[in-house]
Design a protein around this ligand. Structure first.
Ligand SMILES: Nc1ncnc2c1ncn2[C@@H]1O[C@H](COP(=O)(O)OP(=O)(O)OP(=O)(O)O)[C@@H](O)[C@H]1O
Ligand SMILES: [Mg+2]
Length: 268
């Protein structure tokens, strides 16, 4: 899988940049979790775009770099000063964005000298604009620094004023393949669904795991999940059981979730 290669290549001294794009609920965050969990031996830095912080310049970058603030003095003076001003550690007017970009690049490269570095940015569509631009600037200049930058961007949220991530290597995250979506659905409802019920649901949701989870969520409260199951029984000519114990249900994501991305539809 591309994500496994990202870590392997980073460890081998080939910097990697990957933008995961996909609709809400398709599994981008789950893939980032998988990446972070499988980055043994690497230092992992994280940031998550927050809608309410979109107007705060450098907020996202500050999140990502917070654990590295003690190392700013490893930077050349002009970069040190620019990043210190950006992060409010030093007084000054609006910092030179080019210098801030260089500072971030230098900082990541410096830190990666000790251990390969994996930067994971979720909900990047909600990063403040200058943080996204700065990270993309650094990403375009990564070469042999043992640094990976992997971002998740929700496709349904078009970036105002142009897409800062354009031009970087990207993958479109698609829904689960039909058999994996079916297995997930089966793990969410008691017993086994009739194919005449399961298949249209899989087709309708395009294997979007969140859609599958939400469809079955009302199982115990008599919502959609119960309807799914009831419809399954009806289609199979079986009597409907009013209440089914929660303990019968598989844990969400068992099977298909064991290897996120492993069972996905072909990505672009
Ligand atoms: N391969 C999988 N198998 C089972 N469940 C999964 C899988 N991938 C994701 N999920 C589950 O589907 C739900 C949505 O996944 P996730 O949060 O990763 O989506 P997302 O693409 O990050 O969505 P958003 O754009 O809203 O952030 C979560 O509950 C997650 O645990
Ligand atoms: Mg997410």
């Amino acid at each position: 899988m591309a994500l496994d290669e990202v870590v392997a290549d980073t460890r081998a001294g080939r910097s990697q940049v990957l933008v995961l794009r996909g609709e809400a609920g398709v599994g981008k965050s789950a893939l980032l979790e998988y990446l972070a969990e499988n980055a043994a031996g690497c230092r992992v830095l994280r940031a998550v775009g927050v809608e309410s912080e979109m107007e705060l310049p450098f907020a996202g970058l500050h999140q990502l770099c917070a654990p590295l603030l003690g190392q700013l003095d490893r930077l050349p003076d002009p970069q040190h000063e620019a990043l210190s001003v950006a992060f409010g550690l030093r007084a000054g007017g609006a910092p030179d964005r080019f210098l801030v970009g260089l500072a971030v690049l230098s900082l990541l490269a410096e830190v990666a000298e000790e251990r390969p570095l994996v930067c994971v940015v979720d909900d990047a569509q909600w990063l403040d604009r200058v943080s996204a631009q700065t990270l993309a600037f650094a990403a375009r200049r990564l070469l042999a620094e043992r640094v990976a930058l992997v971002c998740a961007v929700r496709t349904s949220e078009p970036a105002a004023g142009g897409d800062p991530w354009r031009g970087l290597r990207e993958i479109t995250v698609q829904g689960l393949r039909d058999d994996d979506a079916g297995a997930l659905l089966d793990s969410l409802v008691p017993g086994r669904l009739d194919a005449r019920v399961r298949d249209p649901i899989v087709a309708e949701t395009h294997g979007n795991p969140l859609a599958l989870l939400e469809l079955t969520r009302g199982l115990n409260s008599g919502g959609a999940g119960r309807r799914v199951r009831s419809a399954g029984r009806a289609a199979a000519g079986e009597p409907d059981r009013a209440e089914l114990p929660a303990a019968d249900r598989g844990a969400p994501g068992r099977g298909a979730a064991a290897a996120p991305g492993g069972g996905r539809r072909a990505g672009g």
